[in-house]
Structures are given as C-alpha cells and as structure tokens.
Design a protein around this ligand. Sequence first.
Ligand code: FE2
Length: 203
Amino acid sequence: MLEVLQIPAGPMDNFAYLVFCPQTRRAVVVDPSFAPQVVLAAAYERQLQIVGLLNTHGHHDHIAGNDEILAAVMVPHWGHPFDLPAAKEALLEGTIVPVGEGGIRVMHTPGHTPGSVVLHTGEGLITGDTLFVGRCGRADLPGSDVNKLYDSLQRIKLLDGALKVYPGHNYGARPISTIADERRENNFLSAPDREAFIHLRMG
Ligand SMILES: [Fe+2]
C-alpha cells in the first residue's frame, strides 16, 4: 500500500506531498508549492527515490516549486492537459501512475479549474483545491465552473468513507480528514441540492 507524507509548504498554507511505496522506496512528488527543497530533503532523509512529479491543477501556488524539483531529479512531469498542457505525461480520468509496487489512480474532477484532478493513492485521496477539510475550492476564478465543481464533489462524496482526505491547503480544523467525516461535517458536501450548493459557494 502506498504511503502519503504531508509537508506544509509556505505562506499560503499549501500542502505538498510525497507518495511512496514502502517496499521499493520509490516516490512521486505532488504539488511542491513553495517548499521544493523541503520536499527533496524529506525524500532524501527517508531514502526515497523520486520517480515523478504530479500536479493536482495548474495554479501557481501548487506548481511554484516544479522547476526546482525537475532541476534536481530528471523525472516525468504529470498533469491534466487542460491546466498543464506542457506536462509530458497526461493525468486523465482513469490514468494509473506507477509508484513502485503500487499505483495512483486519477479522477478528473473539474470545477475549481478545468484540469483539476484528485489522486487516489489506495488509502487516501489527494484532493488539491477541489475538497478541503470542512470546505471546498473556489469556483469564482477564471476557468472555474461551479456546476462542474458540484458534480465532482458529488462523485467524491460517494467514495469509501474510510478514505483519508489529504487537501491542497491547511484550511480546516485538522490537516487530514476522511470522506466519512467530510460527509458529516462539510457543508459543501451536505448541501441538499445543486442550487443550494451554488448559493453556498457563490453567495
Ligand atoms: Fe487552486
């Protein structure tokens, strides 16, 4: 089973992640944000070999550290082509990104941006700016679509309640949650219908 290491990253309360296979010590970096050197040091300390760089979406605060990671380790860059057309490898719905003996499965979850993805690591979901602990991503930015965000969150809500939620920012009461907790506590997931959600998100 892949393991997830959450790394606080900079002034906007971002989280960067290392997702790694404990058997082979292979790892991928997700959203290095403003802390690429911290991410590299964390990988080095744990004797992890970085084999890829993934982004949950194309916003600057998530991709800011990409160049430093790619300068340090020559690995493929993965992103959804709607947000990251220059990424060499495409993160599309159903794509599996191999990490040692495991793999990360991609869900395309547009709404916050057209190319937002959620990364399913097996025990958890790296949710980028689509779902936070107790909140969800903004839908009033260029490229946002509140209807699509509603659809994406409805999909996520139906997943296994035991799955952990690893958000893209530390905006909640705790840094990590679960789908079951979010179903219970997150007003954006419990909005009774699409209209109520749109009112809550855009109002
Ligand atoms: Fe964002």
